[in-house]
Write a protein that binds this ligand. Sequence first.
Ligand code: UD1
Ligand code: UDP
Length: 361
Amino acid sequence: MIYIVIGTRPEIIKMSPIIQLCDRKHIAYKVVHTNQHYSYELDEIFFKDLDLPTPDYNLKVGSGSHGKQMAKIIEKTEKIFLSGKPDIVLVEGDTNTVFGAAFSASRLQIPVGHVEAGLRSGDMTMPEEVNRILTDHISSLLFAPTEISKNNLLREGISKNIYVVGNSIVDATYRNILIAEKKSKILEEFDFDKHNYILLTAHRAENVDNPQRLLNIVKSIELISQKLDTPMLYPIHPRTVKRLKEFGYYSRLMSISKLVITKPLGYLDFLVLEKNALVVITDSGGVQEESCILQVPCVTIRDNTERPETLNVGANMLAGTEPKKVLEAVQTSVNKKRDWTNPFGDGKTSKRILDIIISRD
Ligand code: UD1
Ligand code: UDP
């Protein structure tokens, strides 16, 4: 019995191929949703778009300070794991849900499988980096996407049960882009021509909780709008809306010409927008990966990335948040040849993960 834990938008997306394969192969599993994300646009829409079953458990953890959120995740997952006695708990990524659930399982001596193990940004001020490191060190099975992530684990003294399996985001992207291209009408809705608009996302705490960095992001968008004759689309995460309003930047952002602001979009619409974008600008982990997989140049508005594979193949550029640097990176990216090879695997990651779990029984 595998307990598959999810909590946020990227976890729902990256676990979806594993959940669907469990169904097809009749592997016993239950989905535990912490509900760290709960707004329709960050949660339910993905269950609809991905045709996922309703979770077996919904822990209704919601938002809160790290301490409050983590405490609820630990307390509530402990209860579920104690009563259900799963053979393994599977977590994916680096959120509070991931470490909270891994911690509960590990204290109950239930093996933890960490999907997307071994990613490192080298920046311990990021909550995600702390969550990744702690989770890796208490996991029994480490599903590393690439040799780079495997080597990060080896360097930290983790030597057993590391499997390089690719990233399940490739499985999700390959499968869903075909569905998305048939179903989504988003390009027509926004009246965008293919390869003639920029897609932007920014929600990371290190960017949007920092008034100077968030202001720089707003200024970068202004500068791009002045220098390029290209419309931009920004589906905004609620954390960012909250901070923009708190720091007094919201109306400045809203008044930028050629910029279209929307609420967060569903997965199928977002995939179509990514695939057909001229350039993607982001601080998201998943969006760096997807743009690389979909052969779309990416500019990452961060000072580091735990996805160096995207830089190594030439798909991605690290620009920080200084407006001039962001503009330069966008201008370079516009002319980039889209001929790199996706470094995150062949789309069979979910099968490899389940084969490894089952062969251990
Ligand atoms: C979390 C993850 C981050 C991941 C992101 C994916 C942690 C520490 N961070 O960040 O690594 O990249 O998810 O999107 O786990 N909110 C809503 N509705 C929701 C959820 C959140 O309005 O459904 C708002 C609330 O004001 C909340 C804020 O967003 O306080 C932040 O939510 P939280 O789950 O703490 O972190 P994310 O920024 O979403
Ligand atoms: N995504 C989406 N709609 C949006 C923005 C992002 O469906 O409006 C998807 C995107 O396709 C990717 C995932 O959300 O798979 C990335 O999640 P996010 O950026 O929230 O988190 P991160 O990957 O940074 O942890």
